[in-house]
Design a protein around this ligand. Structure first.
Ligand SMILES: O=C(O)C(=O)C[C@@H](O)[C@H](O)[C@H](O)COP(=O)(O)O
Ligand SMILES: [Zn+2]
Length: 351
């Protein structure tokens, strides 16, 4: 399957294909005509796929940077060590960075590619569910600061995204849950059929029979939003459903307790609880979302006071001069922007 993201000179293809990790060469050589490649990966993913990927790219000069896995590696102060290794290997402006890994690697390698020598080419090879359905597409890259998630970043479009759903077979169940948070988000904001499809499976193993098409559906929703509103001031904001609270929860626990997808799940429930209470959302929507999250083992509350989260929430990128663009649902499959200050969140007893 192929999806084309149409962004004029920054347009690119996304290929979804079982076994693609063993069949990369032609796709890469089609778009990249330079000499050197630096693979950026982590110590979980590189031992699984690094050798295979390098083997196929042996017509180029290829090296790798392997960092510790996990969100705590996606920090601002890791960047100098990445730039140093790129300089040491003499990566020039006509060379390529490949992000081989999950969302952390995609964001970090993407930001490195956006800023090193003012920008070098990037290919995303996402190996986690979250990266395949969401973060490898759309060009958002970045790192976290102590004050909050993704607070430094850049838009950097890959030349190509190569998705092999077979890589999900080696994924720890924790990372499947992480990705399912985003998959369910897509159903909630834009596609009630997808949402009901997700409810119809008995588990992720059951869902896996349709994984190619589910990845396709998620990316296609994202493609449409990104093509309409690349810089995130309109349609694209919908992709942030559950994220204002989700990012604050992640930061509150120093990225150690809840994964991104888990925190977003809690955020989706909190926002829908508020909007149902205000009669902005069809009654029963929260129960449906909770049922779907429960099915895939995702949390629906962190038992936190909203006051604990306010500091991080106030630094959210959707807060412009104290007015937030909150993403709410009218019902499953239909989202809208509701502008308000953060008092909206303080109306909750707990998050
Ligand atoms: O691509 C987008 O736009 C999204 O909002 C997708 C989100 O799932 C993703 O987590 C994104 O990185 C969050 O963006 P941010 O601008 O809130 O940092
Ligand atoms: Zn997200």
């Amino acid at each position: 399957m192929e999806i084309k993201v149409a962004l004029e000179k920054d347009s690119y293809s996304i290929i979804i294909e079982q076994g693609l990790i063993n069949n990369l060469k032609a796709y890469v050589s089609d778009v990249f005509k330079g000499q050197k490649i630096m693979i950026i990966s982590d110590d979980h993913v590189f031992p699984l796929y690094g050798k295979k990927v390098k083997e196929q790219l042996k017509d180029y000069q290829v090296n790798e940077i392997v960092i510790p896995h996990g969100e705590t590696s996606k920090r601002f102060d890791i960047l100098p060590s990445l730039y140093t290794q790129l300089l040491d290997y003499h990566i020039t402006r006509t060379d390529l960075i490949i992000a081989l890994g999950g969302g952390v690697i995609g964001d970090l390698a993407g930001f490195t590619a956006a800023t090193y020598l003012r920008g070098v080419a990037l290919i995303q090879i996402p190996t986690s569910l979250l990266a395949q359905v969401d973060s490898s597409v759309g060009g958002k890259t970045g790192v976290d600061l102590a004050q909050g998630k993704n607070l430094v970043g850049a838009f950097k479009h890959p030349m190509l995204v190569l998705i092999d759903p077979l890589t999900l077979k080696t994924l720890d169940p924790h990372f499947i849950k992480d990705g399912m948070g985003e998959v369910i988000k897509y159903g909630c904001i834009k596609d009630k059929h997808l949402f009901h499809q997700l409810l119809s499976y008995s588990s992720f193993d059951d869902l896996y029979q349709d994984i190619d098409s589910i990845i396709y559906q998620c990316i296609n929703i994202k493609r449409e939003a990104v093509e309409k509103d690349l810089f995130d001031f309109g349609d694209r904001l919908m992709l942030n459903f559950g994220h204002t609270i989700g990012h604050a929860i992640e930061q509150y626990y120093h990225y150690e307790k809840y994964s991104h997808g888990e925190a977003v799940s809690i955020g989706m429930c909190a926002m829908t609880a508020i909007s149902e209470e205000m009669n902005l959302t069809k009654k029963g929507t929260l129960e449906k979302i909770k049922a779907c999250l429960n099915l895939y083992g995702l949390p629906v509350t962190a038992h936190l006071s909203p006051n604990d989260l306010i500091k991080a929430i106030s630094l959210d990128k959707k807060n412009i001069h104290n007015t937030f663009s909150f993403v709410l649902l009218k019902e499953i499959g239909e989202s809208f922007i509701y502008k308000h200050n953060y008092n909206l969140i303080l109306s909750l007893e707990e998050v």
